[in-house]
Design a protein around this ligand. Structure first.
Ligand code: ADP
Length: 195
């Protein structure tokens, strides 16, 4: 049973790692970016509401995102553990998540921070743009998302660090190595908090 969060700038490879880790650990992956993109593709009311934010690289309003996550965390399959990817991304969302998890008596156990420098991020995302065609992978929008990450999301990491549950891995290393250090780091933090 693990309750985890993976956090990192756009292009850090956190989606890839979230996928691998959730599979290896047998827990559900909850990616708010993927959830929004699924809604968008299906033209649901939530997708239509989120579209302009995703396209411009802005954050969807906190209350909208939190409502979506609250519903997701109320489902049965999260009782074995979960890996959040992309939420919380603001201090307000972090407080919302604390309140949601408090209701279930299940606080987050470890936060995995994936770090990568700005220029490498822009390089990777422009490369991805040519492959996946995500509408938010243009240079201006990438730099905007990065700025939001530094301003809104990094303070969230600082709060979790005060709780002693942050594990940091170098996202510039190769994929397998990142997964391996992530698993080791998560185990260490969980062993520490279990006592
Ligand atoms: P990346 O980390 O590459 O920016 P994501 O797939 O995690 O990509 O998110 C894509 C977009 O989805 C964000 O730019 C934002 O518009 C929206 N989004 C995802 N998670 C959140 C969140 N927690 N709060 C607000 N908006 C979000």
């Amino acid at each position: 049973m693990s309750r985890l969060l993976i956090i990192g700038p756009p292009g850090s490879g956190k989606g890839t790692q979230a996928h691998r880790l959730s599979e290896q650990l047998g827990i559900v992956e909850i990616s708010t970016g993927d959830m929004f993109r699924t809604h968008l593709a299906a033209h649901t009311p939530l997708g239509i509401q989120a579209e302009k934010y995703l396209d411009s690289g802005d954050l969807v309003p906190d209350h909208v995102t939190t409502a979506m996550v609250r519903e997701r965390l109320s489902r049965q399959d999260v009782t074995k553990g979960f890996l959040l990817d992309g939420y919380p991304r603001t201090v307000a969302q972090m407080n919302d998540l604390d309140a949601i998890l408090k209701g279930t008596g299940n606080a987050l156990e470890a936060v995995l921070e994936v770090t990568v420098g700005d220029e490498e991020i822009v390089r990777r995302l422009l490369l991805r743009a040519g492959i996946e065609g995500r509408t938010d992978d243009t240079e201006d929008v990438i730099r905007h998302r990065l700025r939001i990450y530094r301003e809104e999301t990094e303070p969230v990491i600082a709060h979790y660090a005060e709780r002693g549950i942050v594990v940091r891995v170098d996202g510039a290393a190769d994929i397998d190595r990142v997964t391996a250090s992530a698993r080791k780091g998560i185990e260490t933090v969980m062993a520490r908090t279990a006592t």
